[in-house]
Structure formats: C-alpha cells, structure tokens
Ligand binder design. Structure first.
Ligand SMILES: Cc1cc2nc3c(=O)[nH]c(=O)nc-3n(C[C@H](O)[C@H](O)[C@H](O)COP(=O)(O)OP(=O)(O)OC[C@H]3O[C@@H](n4cnc5c(N)ncnc54)[C@H](O)[C@@H]3O)c2cc1C
Length: 211
C-alpha cells in the first residue's frame, strides 16, 4: 500500500459524499465514482437528526443547513385512522440543549447539493457505473460500464439500496417486502405558509401492516 492510501468511494449519495468530504479533510487521496451523469434537485423531504448535524458541523455545512431547513418543535406520531396522538417527541430547542445540535427537516436535493459543494470537483468522476470489483490482495480492481478500469487501495461501497458492491461481496439478494407501506404527499410552500393546510409540522401516521 502506498504511503497515502488511495480510497475509492462508489456512489456520491448522502453517505458517499459525506465519507469522501471527511476523508479528504483528513488528508487521504480520495476519488468518488458516481454512476449518474450529473445531479439534479431530486427527492423531497428528509429528516436530519442531531447526530448527523454534528457530522455536518465537521464538514462545515451545519450553519447553512440550519438556515435552509425547518426546525419542528415536536415529532408527532398519530394513529393512521383516528388521528389520535400516540407519541410526542420534543425537538426544536430541546434537541439543541439535550443533544448538542439541531433536528432538521430539509429537501434532500438541497442537503445533497451542499455536500457535493464540500467536495472538490476533481475528486468526483460522474458517469461511472461500477459493474465489477475484485480484491487482488495488494490492490482493489474496479470495472465500470464505460469500459474503464481503476485501482485503489481501499474501496468504500456507498452505492445505495441496490448496491453492486454488496452483491459482489455477498451475492444477489433481492429486496424482501416487510409488509409496510408509506404514503407521501408534497404540498406547495405558499399553501402551507398561508395556513391553508393545518397540520403538525412533523407528523407520521402509525402504519398498518399488510396481512
Ligand atoms: C435521487 C434520490 C432521491 C432521494 N430522495 C429521498 C427523499 O426525498 N427523502 C428520503 O427520506 N430519502 C430519499 N432518498 C434516500 C436517501 O437519500 C437514502 O436512503 C440515504 O441517504 C442513504 O444514503 P446512501 O448514501 O446509502 O445512498 P444514496 O443516497 O441512495 O446514494 C447512492 C448513490 O450511489 C450511486 N450508485 C448506485 N449504484 C452505483 C454503481 N453501481 N456505481 C456507481 N454509483 C452508483 C447512486 O446514483 C447514488 O448517487 C433518495 C435517494 C436518492 C438516490
């Protein structure tokens, strides 16, 4: 292994981009390989807990995330059918005092864009779909769909729910349906701000399992 290990991160999603930013800060030689040709503002709302915000503090994007995100006072769990409150978890100022960082809800695309901005563009290769990975002992060999081959001393699999790396290591494992459903709706911000949609800022409805 060379003095500064060459680290390849497969996938520039939330996990891959965060890992790469932190490893670069610590002086490692990092290259990120992402299958998408570029990123757009995809997704919708995502929750970011205080534990994650402390990592974002280290990456240097905590303040801008705090400015962009919503800070719900509480998380309510309501019965899916009756709307009865089943649980109420205090967040807001309580989270900052108790856990040392904010609890936020943000747009996944905005969060991701901040993480990508924290990476030098020279560290990210787009359009690189990993198809095969092989540990040769002294080095790891990676093959990509565009025919290119790269090597690294260490590879981090951050390629999401349909991970090729997991498949290469553990074999094909199709997702198993757990019997839960989630419905999601996106509302226009002006309607929410105008109070036309009165509901808790942060609420989930207790799921009904399929039988
Ligand atoms: C486009 C998108 C939108 C999402 N929107 C939401 C949302 O609105 N709300 C929510 O709660 N969660 C959302 N999620 C899920 C959430 O972001 C992830 O579950 C969570 O962040 C896990 O992060 P991860 O880094 O493990 O994987 P991900 O964030 O899913 O990232 C995996 C990355 O790996 C890349 N990749 C996959 N296979 C390969 C390969 N073979 N070679 C190279 N690169 C590869 C993908 O293109 C992707 O960029 C979204 C995920 C994605 C990809």
């Amino acid at each position: 292994m060379s003095k500064t290990p060459r680290i390849a991160v497969i996938g520039a999603g939330l996990g891959g981009a965060s890992a790469a930013a932190l490893l670069l800060q610590d002086g490692f030689d990092v290259r990120v390989y992402e299958q998408a040709p570029s990123f757009a503002r995809l997704g919708a709302g995502i929750h970011v807990g205080p534990n994650v915000m402390k990592i974002m503090r280290r990456i240097g994007i905590e303040d801008v995330m705090n400015a962009q995100g919503s800070h719900p006072e509480c998380w309510y769990s309501r019965h899916w059918e009756t709307g009865d409150v089943l649980a109420r978890i205090p967040l807001g100022a309580h989270a900052v005092k108790e856990y040392g960082a904010s609890y936020l809800t943000v747009h996944r695309g905005d969060f991701h864009a901040l993480l990508m901005k924290a990476l030098p563009s020279s560290a990210v290769a787009f359009g690189k779909f990993l198809t095969r990975i092989e540990d040769l002992g002294h080095v790891v060999r990676m093959e990509f769909a565009d025919g290119s081959v790269e090597e690294a001393d260490l590879v981090i699999g951050a390629d999401g729910v349909n991970s090729r790396i997991r498949e290469e290591l553990l074999g094909h494992e199709p997702p198993k349906y757990a019997g839960y459903l989630a419905h999601r709706a996106v509302f226009p911000t002006p309607a929410v701000k105008a109070g036309m949609l009165p509901f808790d800022a942060c609420v989930n409805g207790g799921a009904k399992t399929a039988t």
